[in-house]
Design a protein around this ligand. Structure first.
Ligand code: ADP
Ligand code: ZN
Ligand code: ZN
Length: 792
């Protein structure tokens, strides 16, 4: 018996299956989809069995044997193996990357297997009985050593034994390092040891005196790590580690019953053909009750004994969202999101493989849920860019959903208030079935949106970041004890630091990008590579000391709010306040309980907020996303404004939205104001056609990077000319420097390929990658190919 194995060595030369002999003792155990350890070169590597055969073309003396079988039960289904093959082809990745992407990361970490005995030990085969411990456990390794696994496998299939896997949870129990400030006496003693000239140590010790016996985070201490370590060496403080516990999974969930569908919802649900493959675009305004349609369609699917995959963008995967599913389907739901530790994710994945649940709610990668009888796949907020993975395999969850729906002969629903142009165009062409919900579920009017021209505000002498209208609305809402959401597409206190005399902006050392000022740490930080610097006192170019902070960040807005409304209670939600696990939920929870009047945040708050008491939404600067160097800038701005506006007045109370902008006549803004999706679609389509962008053309992005700028340019040029030669009828733009021309000390060039139907494209790109892997890679070049990139 032979196995075809994909090994975990991602290089071009090995991106194919290798034949291995299956030793006799594994022949009854091994299955397609199992993981194995095989000798490869000089070391054993991990591999996936993708086929079992009775013969091999490789001469017998060249064949090696499988060393270890890692799974008694396969980890991948035949469907997922086929899908990996397709992903390799379509997204131009290594097959091993596609296979790994389908599995929870915990399977790559260390874990222990144990065997649970589910019956009286006496009813097990007599050979196994000596292995039973405490009447209900067996050691997997003992069984393995004694060659008992074939018997074990039979008993597992009979339901007498169960193999359990315990992930050694490195990431699970989280530990945080604190600094325990010493007692007053300890600090005094340290003071005697420190020279009076060591000003920084003296200052820190003085601070410690005021905080003796306290437990603080290192980042809350206003001193460098070096100074801190010095005073620790003098005994004035110590490091202590503490475990932090996750918030347990919210309260018991209230069971909910299906709502009576509105006529429009019923019509949409009736249009779904549940036993054939087909893609539906559910276009429903915010609050139109799309989720209720999903819930009832899923109910029908699980009643028919099938399973459902529900995808939600990561940032919309709030407890509020998951509770709607748990409330309806209870324990039949698995939830997968990045807030879970790898051990917890693994547990959810096990529930799916064991068919203990019928519904999975999760972010992008949940599209690979190993269900074997899928009855429906839903992507909510289908326009979200996060459905596209940015690293290999660079897949779009929508494409994978459609592939799986064809495999299982089941429908895919793409839902959105602002569908991507691509999807809406396909629906108009009849490739997808268009379903529309034009009104809000409870007939609430859409909020009225006022657009304020900030240039007028300035002219009339208002230098505040709030327009007069917005201030009035906020004032009124606070007086009515209603809640306000303020939306700002920025983070940090000020976006960047600039010299007012010569215009020099402080840049990252490693990247061609300006550093962002973070006020609470008094630090400049690169959002791309994490580089940190302190704020310069003088300009590095002209030595001027007229350094100024530019741009407006959430912290600065928070201060401005307090100036106008000193007694308002403000919650801020941005990358800084949500770095800690669970912080997201905490902030939203507090806002939901009305512990604050104003929620201020970045795009994180645009999604999924559904609180009855929000009546005013303010967009502080609608222009920020409009001027990004991206052909989707208008589309993203329209989507964002529509989504944010949709947070207001979702229940009984009417909502008001104020959008502040310097370009009040831009169609993305005026049409978002009217919530007029179709006119926006039509206008944007004309622009895309003129400019030759999707959905009229497909695009592929080739990116070439190198630590040497000349080499980067040279290889980008090589790639471009080679592609022009191979694909004479295709439009190839570039090479040009990327929008961020240097990142982490690598210079970046790119070529853009625009194409319609080009059967040669994918084979040609495969050959380009082969050339790169065989040759260029050794020269320090990195080349990536991204079909349908979400940003260019
Ligand atoms: P969407 O997902 O389209 O933004 P939701 O599903 O969140 O909309 O629905 C908006 C609100 O309307 C929710 O509070 C929901 O409970 C309510 N709702 C939805 N469908 C119905 C219905 N058929 N009857 C009563 N209320 C409904
Ligand atoms: Zn200067
Ligand atoms: Zn950087």
């Amino acid at each position: 018996m032979f196995a075809k194995v994909i090994v975990d060595v991602p290089t071009y030369h090995v991106d194919r299956a290798f034949d291995y002999v299956v030793p006799a003792h594994l022949q009854t155990l091994i299955e397609v989809g199992s993981r194995v350890k095989v000798p490869f070169g000089r070391r054993p590597v991990l591999g996936f069995v993708i086929a079992l055969t009775t013969d091999s073309d490789v001469p017998a003396n060249k064949l090696k044997s499988i060393a270890t079988l890692m799974d008694l039960e396969p980890v991948l289904t035949p469907e997922l193996l086929a899908l990996a093959q397709w992903l390799k082809q379509q997204t131009i990745c290594f097959q091993i990357d596609a296979l790994q992407a389908m599995l929870p990361s915990a399977l790559r970490a260390k874990y222990e297997k144990a065997v649970d005995v589910l019956v009286a030990p006496a009813s097990l085969p007599s050979d196994l009985q000596p292995f039973v411990r405490n009447n209900d456990k067996m050691h997997y390794q003992e069984l393995e050593k004694a060659n008992m696994l074939p018997l074990v496998k039979k008993e597992v299939q009979r339901g007498h034994l169960r193999i359990t896997t315990k992930v050694k949870q490195r990431g699970n129990v989280k530990r945080i390092r604190y600094v325990k400030i010493g007692t007053a006496a300890e600090i005094e003693r340290a003071l005697t040891k420190v020279s009076t000239r060591a000003k920084k140590q003296q200052a820190l010790l003085a601070w410690c005196k005021a905080h003796s016996d306290e437990l603080v985070l290192p980042r809350d201490i206003d001193a460098s790590a070096a100074v801190l370590n010095q005073i620790i060496a003098h005994g004035a403080a110590t490091y202590v580690e503490k475990e932090v516990y996750r918030d347990p999974f919210t309260q018991p969930i209230k069971k909910t019953a299906p709502l009576t569908l509105t006529t429009a919802q019923q019509r949409a649900k009736d249009a779904l053909q549940l036993d054939e493959a087909g893609t539906y675009l559910l276009h429903g305004v915010t609050g139109s009750g799309k989720t209720e349609v999903y819930l009832q369609a899923i109910q029908q699917v699980i009643d028919a004994g099938k399973q459902a995959i529900m995808l939600v963008p990561e940032i919309a995967l709030t407890p509020q969202m998951t509770e709607r599913f748990r409330g309806r389907f209870g324990e039949r739901v698995a939830v997968m999101h990045s807030g879970l530790s790898s051990g917890e994710k693994f547990d959810e994945w096990r529930k799916i493989t064991q068919q203990e649940v019928q519904v999975v709610v999760g972010a992008r990668s949940a599209i690979f849920a190993p269900f074997t009888n899928v009855g429906i796949i839903i992507l909510d907020e289908e326009h979200e860019a996060t459905y596209k993975q940015e690293d290999a395999p660079r897949y779009h969850a929508r494409d994978v959903a459609i592939w799986r729906s064809e495999f299982h002969q089941c429908p895919v629903i793409l839902g959105s208030a602002t569908p991507s142009l691509e999807s809406y165009a396909r629906a108009k062409k009849g490739v997808y079935t268009l379903l529309t919900l034009e009104e809000r579920a409870m007939n609430q009017p859409l909020p009225s949106v006022e657009v304020v021209d900030m240039r007028d505000e300035l002219r009339s002498g208002n230098r505040s970041m709030f327009s007069v209208s917005l201030l009035e609305e906020m004032q009124a809402a606070l007086a009515r004890q209603e809640q306000i959401v303020l939306f700002l597409n920025r983070r940090g206190y000020s976006s960047f630091v600039m010299c007012r005399d010569c215009g020099t902006v402080v840049q990252c050392q490693n990247c061609d990008i300006s550093l962002t000022y973070h006020r609470n740490q008094e630090k400049l930080r690169c959002h791309y590579c994490g580089y940190e610097a302190s704020v310069p006192k003088t300009c590095s170019t002209c030595a001027s000391d007229r350094i100024r902070y530019f741009g407006t960040g959430t912290q600065k807005v928070e201060e401005a709010i307090y100036q106008h409304f000193p007694s308002a209670r403000v919650l801020r939600m941005d990358v800084d306040t949500t770095r800690k696990k669970g912080a997201h939920e905490q902030i939203l929870g507090a806002f939901g309980r009305k512990e604050a009047d104003i929620l201020l945040g970045t795009q994180m708050i645009a999604k999924g907020l559904d609180f009855p008491n929000i009546t005013v939404v303010g967009v502080l600067s609608a222009d920020t996303s409009l001027h990004l160097p991206d052909f989707r800038a208008s589309e993203k701005t329209f989507q964002l404004l529509t989504q944010v506006s949709g947070r207001a007045g979702r229940h009984e109370k009417l909502g008001r939205v104020v959008v502040q902008t310097y370009t009040p006549t831009h169609y993305a803004i005026t049409l978002a104001q009217q919530q007029a999706y179709v006119p926006f679609y039509e206008q944007e389509m004309r622009y895309r056609q003129r400019a030759g962008y999707p959905p009229y053309f497909f695009i592929a992005l080739i990116q070439v990077t190198h630590t040497d700028v000349l080499q980067a340019g040279h290889y980008a040029q090589l790639a471009a000319s080679w592609l022009r030669q191979q694909l004479p009828s295709v439009h190839i733009i570039g090479p040009t420097a990327s929008a961020i021309s240097r990142l982490q000390n690598r210079y970046r060039y790119q070529c853009l390929i625009k194409y319609k139907i080009e059967p040669n494209l994918i084979p040609t790109l495969h050959r380009l990658l082969a050339m790169y892997r065989a040759d260029w890679q050794k020269q320090g070049v990195q080349l990536t190919v991204d079909l349908d990139p979400s940003m260019i």
